[in-house]
Design a protein around this ligand. Structure first.
Ligand code: DLL
Length: 429
């Protein structure tokens, strides 16, 4: 599937799209209504090229149809329910038939196959287990590869690293920010050492991360670190993953058809341009989904990859359009700060941004941490680190931050998806 010719892939996508659209129209009143309103019937969809005739689905639609309004099978055929932890309002729900669970596990297994994960390998799953798809998703993928599953879930860091050493974990699955926290805890521990560990690969995702962070993790944990991408609405992790070339995240296009649209006009962008990622599920039974607007901003590359896979590659996610802040009229993504911080060996990749509006002007405060060996409690000594960081942020982003150096561990460590921003302006509008 990952290496089939583009022509065969389009044929397969066309067949699967036609079936999916029919199933949606016949079984989901929401889709029947949306398609009728858009004046499109299942007969109008003859190939994957017709996908742009279909209406979009948004997160609000999923909330309006909460919990099971989008199901296309009798509820008795459902075997599992997951949900994403919406910070406000109702969570977004996904339900799975037996086949959906198999397809999902295959998506994750394909990602793990790049590091030859298999029998005898111990896969420590430090994504949270529960309604969040990270834990059970990585778990089922590791099971499909025939590997040993070590379901530690997130948190309890001391014990995680003891087990990592004692059980000879080879593969670590967690968010990149938790991987960083684990790496730091290992480095600071007297009882364990990365040299005594058997770690060789990590599959990190669920939040944006940068190549700078990859380098840090690869050095600190002595592994090869791969990106794994996904979202609850499509299944969870395993919508795609990086190959050994680490040059873009391959998307499993036989299961999820990706498009990039301009988030304002909703028209497709020119090939290779940045925009909002939109997915149509091509195999899902329980909750098929048409043209879902992910709000993730990225671009697609259809050039063949050196690894031999023909599956399209996605650039690292810049962030969700909802993560983008407009500070003094300039668009800022939190991941840009991580990019800058990892260019400076003295800084940790941890940061926290506080945006406020004081006297009608936006303020931009950035908390950062120096690595303990560079930290001096005398603020005068810290100035030599602040100035180059300040200059680099101004040149990359174009606005001046107030930088505050926190003492070691002064920035909260995360065991799941890290929170990087507090925008106090939202309470002032
Ligand atoms: O985060 C699923 C997942 C779990 C993916 C474990 C990878 C590993 P949600 O909680 O629904 O699902 O959040 C999905 O997280 O739309 C992106 O904005 C972001 N995201 C997920 N993976 C990546 C990644 C899971 N590799 C949302 N890089 C997505 C950047 C990512 N952002």
């Amino acid at each position: 599937m990952e290496c089939m010719s583009r022509e065969d892939m389009r044929k397969l996508q066309s067949e699967r799209l036609i079936k999916t659209v029919k199933r949606c129209y016949e079984n989901v009143p929401f889709y029947r209504r949306k398609m009728d309103e858009a004046g499109v019937s299942p007969d109008d969809i003859k190939s994957i090229d017709d996908i742009c005739k279909l209406p979009f689905t948004t997160k609000q639609d999923l909330r309006d149809e909460y919990p099971f309004g989008l199901e296309a099978v009798p509820h008795s055929e459902v075997r599992r329910i997951h949900a994403s932890s919406g910070t406000t309002g109702k969570p977004v729900v996904d339900t799975y038939t037996e086949n959906d669970l198999k397809m999902w596990a295959e998506g994750v297994a394909r990602v793990m196959a790049v590091a030859d994960v298999g029998p005898g390998d111990t896969v420590q799953v430090s994504y949270g287990y529960g309604l969040f798809t990270g834990g059970l998703g990585a778990h089922d993928g590791a099971a499909m590869r025939g590997a040993i599953q070590l379901p530690t879930s997130a948190g309890n860091t001391e014990k995680q690293i003891m087990l990592m050493q004692d059980f000879r974990t080879n593969v670590l699955c967690c968010t990149p920010s938790y991987a960083m926290h684990l790496a730091e805890s290992i480095a600071n521990s007297r009882n364990v050492s990365v040299r005594l560990m058997k770690l060789r690969a990590g599959f990190f995702g669920a939040e944006p991360w940068t190549n700078g962070m990859r380098k840090e993790l690869e050095t600190k944990l002595q592994i090869k670190a791969y990106d794994i991408y996904g979202l609850t609405e499509m299944c969870g992790p395993g919508v795609g993953g990086e190959c050994e070339c680490q040059d873009g995240t391959h998307l499993w296009e036989d299961m999820f058809y990706p498009e990039i649209v301009n988030p304002e006009t909703l028209e497709p962008v020119a090939p290779g341009e940045f925009g909002e990622l939109v997915f149509t599920s091509l195999c899902k039974e329980a909750m098929p989904i048409l043209r879902y607007r992910t709000r993730d901003l990225t671009r697609l590359n259809y050039e063949p990859c050196k690894c031999g896979r023909t599956a399209v590659r996605m650039d690292r996610i810049l962030g969700r359009s909802d993560d983008m802040m407009i500070i003094r009229g300039v668009n800022v993504f939190p991941s840009q700060i991580e990019t800058v911080l990892t260019e400076f060996p003295a800084f940790q990749p941890y940061y926290f941004i506080t945006v406020d509006r004081i006297n009608n002007e936006d303020t931009f405060d950035l908390d950062v941490e120096l690595k303990p060996e560079f930290f001096a409690s005398d603020p005068a000594d810290q100035m030599k680190y602040i100035k180059p960081l300040f200059d680099r942020i101004v040149s990359l982003i174009g606005i001046k931050p107030n930088i505050h150096i926190k003492p070691p561990f002064g920035i909260e460590r995360s065991t799941g998806k890290a929170k990087h921003v507090s925008d106090k302006r939202v309470f002032k509008n």
